[in-house]
Ligand binder design. Structure first.
Ligand code: 13P
Length: 255
C-alpha cells in the first residue's frame, strides 16, 4: 500500500485574519478536484477558526503550529488539543526547530504534545532536524535519531504509524539552501529504518515522513520523487498561492 503524499504549509507568524481568509478562498478554487495528495495549511492561532470554516468540506486540512498537552486548566497563554479540534483543526505541527530554538521546546515536551494530540484525534506533524554545526560534526543521524526516538517514546506501533514526521535540517530553513534530494532521502530513510527498529515493519511502511527547508516549486518534484520522501512541510513558499500550488502539483501532477 502506497503512502499518500502530504504537503503542509507552515505560515509561521504571517497573515492577518483577512489575509488568511482571502488566501484560502483562492487556494480552494485552485485545488478543486484535488486527489492523490493531502494538503494542509497551518495558519497562526488567530486565523484557525475562520480558515477552517472556509475550508470545511474542501478536502484541504487545517493545522495549528503548536499545542499544549493539557486539555484545560490554569495555563495562561496556552491552547489545548481540544480547543484546536474545536477550531476545526485535524493536525498540528509539534517541535518545530524555531520552537526548540526560541521557546525551550525539549524532546520531552515534544513527546507530551505528540501524545496529547493523538489522544484527541489530531495528527501530529513532529519536526526533527540537525543544525549546520551538528551536520559538519557528522552527528546528523545521532541528533535526528534521538529526537525521533524521544518524540515517539511510549506510543504503540499503531499510534506511531499515525504520526507524520517532518525532517527539517535547521540550516535549510528560510535560507534558500535546500538539502540535496540525496541528502534528504538518506536522512529520511535513516528515520524510517529507526522507526522499523522501534515499532516494526508495518509502522515503518505506513508512517509518512516529509522534508522541509526551502522547498519551492522548482525543487519539489526532485525531492518528492525519492522513495522515502512522502511530502513537504513548506514555509515561505506556502504564503503565496502560485508557489504553494506549484509544490502541490509536483506531488500530484494530475491536478
Ligand atoms: P522555509 O520553507 O521557509 O525554508 O521554511 C521551512 C519550515 O520551517 C517549514 O516548517
Amino acid at each position: 500500500m502506497g503512502r499518500t503524499p502530504f504537503i503542509a504549509g507552515n505560515w509561521k507568524m504571517f497573515k492577518t485574519i483577512p489575509e488568511a481568509v482571502s488566501f484560502v478562498r483562492a487556494l480552494k478554487s485552485s485545488l478543486t478536484g484535488l486527489s492523490g495528495v493531502e494538503v494542509a495549511v497551518c495558519p497562526p492561532f488567530t486565523a484557525l477558526a475562520p480558515v477552517a470554516e472556509i475550508l470545511r468540506g474542501s478536502g484541504i486540512a487545517v493545522g495549528a503550529q503548536d499545542v499544549f498537552w493539557e486539555e484545560r486548566g490554569a495555563y495562561t497563554g496556552e491552547v489545548s488539543p481540544l480547543m484546536l479540534k474545536d477550531a476545526g483543526c485535524s493536525c498540528v505541527i509539534i517541535g518545530h526547530s524555531e520552537r526548540r530554538q526560541f521557546f525551550g521546546e525539549s524532546d520531552e515536551k515534544v513527546n507530551r504534545k505528540v501524545k496529547a494530540a493523538l489522544a484527541c484525534g489530531l495528527t501530529p506533524i513532529m519536526c526533527v532536524g540537525e543544525t549546520l554545526v551538528q551536520r559538519e560534526n557528522g552527528i546528523t543521524e545521532k541528533v535526528v535519531g534521538e529526537q525521533t526516538e524521544a518524540g515517539l517514546s511510549g506510543l504503540s506501533p499503531e499510534q506511531a504509524a499515525g504520526v507524520v514526521i517532518a525532517y527539517e535540517p535547521v540550516w535549510a530553513i528560510g535560507t534558500g539552501k535546500t538539502a540535496s534530494d540525496e541528502d534528504a532521502q538518506q536522512v529520511i530513510a535513516f528515520i524510517r529504518r529507526l522507526v522499523n527498529d522501534l515499532y516494526g515493519f508495518g509502522t515503518a511502511e505506513r508512517i509518512r515522513i516529509q522534508y522541509g527547508g526551502s522547498v519551492k516549486p522548482g525543487n519539489a518534484a526532485g525531492l518528492l520523487a525519492r522513495p522515502d520522501i512522502d511530502g513537504a512541510l513548506v514555509g515561505g513558499a506556502s504564503l503565496e498561492i502560485e508557489s504553494f500550488v506549484g509544490i502541490i502539483r509536483a506531488a500530484a501532477p494530475g491536478i
